[in-house]
Design a protein around this ligand. Structure first.
Ligand code: ZN
Length: 307
């Protein structure tokens, strides 16, 4: 455990995207107790709770500047609720694969932040050769039990065998305090023929602006908040170039969705969802996430990877 109110990094005054040195506080911390790995669970329901958020005056990037050493929480993370929602997360992974195969129909796929391997499972079913990398040893073990080729750790990893035809980074980049470095490592395992796919919340989306500080992506685990401009800049600084933006849908169980929406209701209206709703998959799109397809900047501009 550590106290997030104590700056523990000499770079806490530097923008993690553009390296600008002028950060302004836009939202004080709403964390009221020492942090632990529980706050970093994928299914954490405490929407609206974040460390202090600062905006870079130069590029507009929003970051939790004092939360810089978060990897430790992921290494010890356990999330039973995430693992029990497999059927719905496989459905979501399949939708992502349908986007990926528009660019690459086969080859080697690296999933960064692989979790328990749902995306790898669907990629294998489509004929890709897959490897995943995941910092949580608990999530890694779940993936290994499924027989998946997952490495427990973070990039760079010497046992990887680049280049990879497809590199995926799904709901990961908002969790790291060194986004340009992570994207640079990804650029390093791509060739000029490779394609990358990332998904991250869009802090400039209408849903984010309408729900304000109660937006469901404002949570402790999210230490960076991107929009179209700042994710493009982060990619650029890592030697990458976006080639397509879209709005991915989410697929969750009806029970999970109901319990999460209930946090927006007064307590007397909150009901426990019936068990039957666990088996029902609901797709919905609030148009508040970005799916970005990217390639290396050294790829000739006229080349659309894999087509
Ligand atoms: Zn900046």
């Amino acid at each position: 455990m550590s106290n997030e109110t104590t700056p523990n990094n000499s770079d806490s005054n530097t923008c993690r995207v553009c390296a600008g040195r002028t950060l302004e506080l836009v939202r004080p911390s709403t964390i009221r107790r020492p942090l632990s790995e529980v706050d970093f669970a994928i299914t954490d329901p405490n929407y609206g709770t974040t460390a202090a958020i600062y905006r870079c005056r130069e590029c507009g990037f929003l970051q939790c500047a004092q939360l810089s050493d978060v990897l430790q929480y992921y290494q010890t993370l356990k999330d039973e609720e995430y693992d029990s929602s497999g059927q719905h997360r496989l459905h979501q992974a399949e939708k992502l694969l349908q986007t990926i195969i528009r660019y690459k129909k086969s080859g080697k796929l690296l999933d960064v932040g692989a979790g328990t391997g749902y995306l790898m499972q669907r990629a294998l079913a489509h004929g890709f050769e897959t490897v995943g990398i995941e910092p949580s040893s608990w999530l890694c073990d779940k993936a290994l039990v499924k027989g998946l080729n997952v490495l427990c750790g973070v990039l760079p990893d010497p046992s990887l065998n680049p280049p990879y035809d497809v590199v995926t980074l799904i709901d990961v980049i908002e969790h790291v305090s060194n986004p340009v470095e992570v994207l640079s490592h990804i650029a390093g395992v791509m060739s000029t023929d490779s394609v990358g796919v990332l998904v991250t919340p869009d802090v400039h989306s209408l849903a984010a602006r309408l729900t304000g500080t109660r937006w469901w992506h404002y949570r402790v685990a999210h230490v960076g908040y991107f929009n179209h401009k700042t994710i493009s800049l982060a990619l650029d600084r890592a030697g990458l170039r976006p080639i397509s933006f879209s709005r991915p849908a989410w697929y969750l169980s009806a029970a999970y969705l109901m319990s999460r929406l209930s946090v927006y209701l007064p307590s007397y209206l909150r009901l426990n969802p019936p068990a039957v709703l666990n088996r029902l998959t609901i797709g919905f799109n609030l148009f508040d996430s970005m799916l970005v397809v990217f390639q290396r900047k050294s790829t000739p501009l006229h080349t659309v990877a894999g087509k």
